[in-house]
Design a protein around this ligand. Sequence first.
Ligand code: APR
Length: 179
Amino acid sequence: MHAVVGNCHIELAEGDVTKQSVDAIVNAANARLAGGGGVDGAIHRAGGPSLMQETREKFPDGCSTGSAVPTSAGDLPARFVFHAVGPVWRGGRTDEPAKLASAHTRCLELAVEHDCDSIAFPALSTGAYGYPLDQAAEVALTTVRDFLAEHDRPSLVRFVLFDAGSYGAFARVLEEMST
Ligand code: APR
């Protein structure tokens, strides 16, 4: 499924974000950039040890929640990995939507700064961090749409959803946005 915003495309795919041939792959990292399970584990396994080495050298203080930092992509089929830190869901009491939105916006800014025309996001915060899928999909897709409406890059933003449930949640929101 996909939607057009100006000259750009938002695309939904079911699958593994580490397999995407795009300019930049987004990691669902933690603020210490310490690695972990889920997307983070898969990205570091597929990318190889150079990713963690570069992350430690360049960002010893980690990355704040709601932001993202760039590294090269090691063995992944991309030029960059943007390590984004989404919020832990605490019932909506700690400004989670704004933090989730800014994590996406920062990745899109990094894409522009690094001349990336295509970027693949997982569903940030919806696994270990417990963000309700429907609400995360709404924040992620509206944030990307609003960014693309004001910039003409990256021309492809792909959300790579790991299972049918998360694909369905994103598809419902994208369909509503397109009507
Ligand atoms: N490709 C795409 N999506 C994936 C993949 C994959 N290879 N693996 C898991 N997912 C999905 C999950 O099903 C979930 O919907 O990505 C979403 C995000 O899940 P997490 O990876 O758990 O990310 P998040 O909720 O942001 O939690 C981040 O988990 O692994 C740790 O170090 C990480 O502490 C950080 C926290």
